[in-house]
Design a protein around this ligand. Structure first.
Ligand code: FAD
Length: 394
């Protein structure tokens, strides 16, 4: 079976790996001219970690990872306002926890394909026509081709979803925040293995030092206006406007921002396709990863979730012997309720990133300090972060 996968981020190559292992013939199409390697660090644990294990990828992933020791909140003058050692989390996940730049993880997954999966870089699907025998696919810059199935793994602004279901606004739930990330070399201070955060009302800057003298910055801020500035200079101006009055190292960080040409900025949104069985698929086309169920950065788990979903979709296709109707239904039935719970948990965590008021900020910092007490940490982790999903063996 020839399966076209749109998007070579995290979900796409993971799905391609499992499909190729099971004797299907996947092809990836990626709109970027080469693999995208964003600089921000993501946390990676639970069943997503287990999928990487089952793919035999842990030895290649671990050297890119960081074991964060502490999450520390500092005030305007850099004094510690709250801190959270990460041992409770390590314990809870039995050491299966890693912070890793998203781009490095994506590169490890893509490398694991070992050149065996055809990848069409710098192109995208512009036309889909389904028939009894398959899907005719038109590309922006290549001749049309015929596939048996198409999977949209092209992120929250999915082109496949747009073609099959129509405008994104029907499915996007804007959570009222924006996020921006960039990376520089040679920034000091570094505070090795400490995730530093400086929070004001409605906004937060985080910094994390990485190998090779690199430092990553993450801005989160509340914004009623959902529109995004189009040009890099307008995006920088928006961040200056939002963060210009903050203390700590903010002036120095904004100067570093001025020098960067690679800035990631987006709305913090979730994608809800609706809970109805079959809502992720239309005939021979289905959606996966952020395209189907983006949980947003607030869940801190989009990457792991898309890897789990890819494993389940490939497994169900294998189990159903290629009967895609059955496989697509089973995939959503197994994974849908789990990811809905994750989306709910993510909206509860919103206040953590950008509290609404001084009082909420004070309460957030106290809550972080309370997490030093083991039973409270366990309770909070179980409620919002633990993963309750059984991974089937396919
Ligand atoms: C700042 C930030 C921090 C995050 N932190 C975390 C975290 O702590 N933990 C975590 O697990 N997750 C985190 N995430 C989320 C995580 O990166 C995504 O949820 C995850 O990568 C989902 O994988 P995906 O493959 O569905 O989408 P993506 O990784 O976004 O990949 C989609 C791919 O599709 C390509 N594409 C887009 N449109 C088209 C098109 N029309 N045709 C072809 N290709 C196309 C894109 O170029 C991209 O390569 C974070 C995200 C952000 C923005």
């Amino acid at each position: 079976m020839r399966i076209l996968i749109s998007g070579a981020g995290v979900a796409g190559p993971t799905l391609a790996w499992w499909l190729a292992r099971d004797g299907f013939t996947p092809t990836l199409v990626e709109s970027a001219p080469r693999l995208r390697t964003g600089g921000y660090v993501i946390d990676f644990w639970g069943p997503g970690f287990e999928i990487a294990n089952r793919m035999g990828m842990l030895p290649s992933i671990r050297p890119h990872g960081y074991s964060v020791r502490e999450i520390r909140v500092v005030d305007d003058r850099g004094r510690t306002a709250a801190s959270l050692p990460t041992q409770a989390f390590f314990k809870m996940t039995r050491g299966q926890f890693l912070s890793i730049p998203r781009g490095d993880l994506a590169a490890c997954i893509y490398t694991a394909l070992d050149g065996k999966v055809e990848t069409l870089f710098g192109d995208r699907v512009v036309r889909l026509e389904q028939s009894g025998s398959g899907v005719d696919v038109g590309f922006a810059s290549r001749p049309a081709r015929h596939f048996d199935l198409v999977v949209g793994c092209d992120g929250p602004h999915s082109g496949i979803r747009q073609l099959v279901y129509g405008d994104e606004s029907q499915f996007e739930k804007y959570l009222g925040f924006k996020v921006a990330a960039f990376e520089v070399r040679g920034y000091a201070p570094r505070d090795e293995l400490v995730y530093m955060m400086h929070t004001g009302v409605g906004r937060q800057i985080a910094r994390f030092s990485m190998r090779d003298d690199r430092t990553m910055f993450l801005f989160t801020f509340r914004d009623e206006d959902r529109s995004l500035p189009a040009t890099l200079s307008e995006q920088k101006a928006l961040l200056r406007d939002q963060f210009g009055r903050m203390g700590w190292e903010t002036p120095q960080i904004l100067d570093a921002l001025d020098r960067t040409s690679d800035l990631y900025i987006d709305r913090v949104s979730q994608i809800h396709m609706g809970p109805a069985p079959g809502s992720w698929s239309r005939g021979r086309v289905t959606l996966l990863g952020d395209a189907a169920f983006a949980v947003s950065i607030l869940a801190g788990q989009g990457t792991a979730l898309s890897m789990i979903a890819a494993y389940i979709l490939a497994g169900e296709l294998r189990r159903a012997g290629g009967d895609y109707t059955r496989a697509f239904a089973q995939y959503q039935q197994r994974f849908g309720p789990f990811v809905l719970r994750k989306q709910r948990a993510a909206t509860r965590l919103a206040g953590f990133f950008a509290p609404r008021s001084q009082l909420a900020l004070f309460a957030r910092n106290q809550a972080m300090n309370l997490m030093k007490i083991p039973w409270i940490a366990n309770l909070a982790i179980r409620r919002d972060l633990a993963d309750r999903i059984e991974l089937p063996d396919y």
